[in-house]
Ligand binder design. Structure first.
Ligand code: C2E
Ligand code: CA
Ligand code: CA
Length: 280
């Protein structure tokens, strides 16, 4: 009994401490945009047939003045909780679309930019309206913009989500289903959704090695998504073996630490400048 009591006290203290930490972070997040502590990193995406960079995924970073690097997995959920996500998201979209315009000025019209959209952006009517307005306010070629959403963003109200995604697609943008293979992801849902790209989750790609059943599932999904006319992007490629397998079964696009981590815009431009490729 003592140990359980001790454990439960200890546990609630931990929880309390977590909550206080989160409150502090939420408080400091208010100044993050104004103080220019947020920045976008870009992870290159490669054509697995040519080895060339075809696009990038924009990933937000918070460089806190005292605490240093705070991962998005940590602060995005807090921002979603407090509603700060709306302002952060606007900043992310503006920064990424501005970058797209700069690419076009530099003669890099063909580089795709993927932007992650929080499930909140789609769910709240007022925020969606603001996001839609923002997305139509740039004079750029929207066919090279992809919006990444997760299934949780859709599943609670499929009808509304489908309507809203269709509105965004009218601008020419593509929609990618992120983290496919986790959570509720079901192939049955796929066909109801106005989706162009399926992103195979990292946990799936990990499974290529070792367990042959996993590898067979991936093979089947690659065949199926191809028959259904979806483009497939494999995420989290970390080994040559994984890359070889994905190439063998004709996965079109891939990203992962093996080829490149998310990098600053300066490093990205350098890679593009000297025509960085990833060949086996
Ligand atoms: P995500 O959208 O699934 O992004 C991919 C994450 O996997 C990124 O983590 C990326 O750095 C990491 N990654 C890429 N390749 C590899 C690999 O080969 N191995 C491993 N182990 N990891 C790899 P990151 O940047 O820390 O972002 C984590 C999550 O935070 C994202 O997952 C996304 O859900 C969210 N996030 C990041 N940026 C944004 C954003 O701008 N807006 C929104 N709404 N969410 C964001
Ligand atoms: Ca993503
Ligand atoms: Ca993902």
């Amino acid at each position: 009994p003592y140990t359980t009591l001790f454990r439960s006290i200890f546990y609630s203290e931990e929880l309390l401490k977590d909550n206080i930490d989160n409150l502090k972070l939420a408080n400091q997040l208010q100044y993050a945009i104004k103080n220019r502590e947020l920045t976008l990193y870009y992870q290159p995406q490669f054509s697995l047939s040519s080895g060339k960079i075809t696009g990038v995924e924009a990933l937000v970073r918070w460089i806190h003045p005292e605490m240093g690097f705070i991962p998005p997995d940590k602060f995005i959920p807090i921002a979603e909780e407090t509603g700060q996500i709306y302002e952060i998201e606007k900043w992310i979209i503006n920064t990424a679309l501005h970058q797209k315009a700069l690419f076009e000025q530099d003669g890099r019209e063909d580089i795709d930019i993927s932007i992650n959209l929080s499930s909140k952006a789609l769910a709240s009517e007022m925020n969606f309206y603001a996001v839609e307005k923002l997305f139509s306010s740039y004079d750029i070629d929207y066919t090279h913009i992809t919006i990444e959403i997760t299934e949780t963003a859709i599943i609670s109200d499929i009808g509304t989500a489908v309507d809203r995604l269709k509105k965004l697609k009218k601008l020419g943008m593509k929609i990618a289903l992120d983290d496919f293979g986790t959570g509720y992801s079901s192939l049955i849902h796929l066909k109801e959704l106005p989706i162009d790209i399926v992103k195979l989750d990292r946990s799936f790609i990990k499974g290529i090695e070792g367990d042959s059943k996993n590898a067979m599932i991936i093979k089947a999904i690659l065949y199926l998504t191809k028959d259904l006319n979806y483009e497939v992007v494999a995420e989290g490629i970390e080994s040559i073996e994984q890359l070889e397998y994905l190439i063998k079964y004709k996965c079109q696009t891939g990203q992962g630490y093996l080829m490149s981590r998310p990098i600053t815009i300066e490093d990205l431009c350098e890679k593009l400048e000297f025509g960085f490729e990833w060949k086996l």
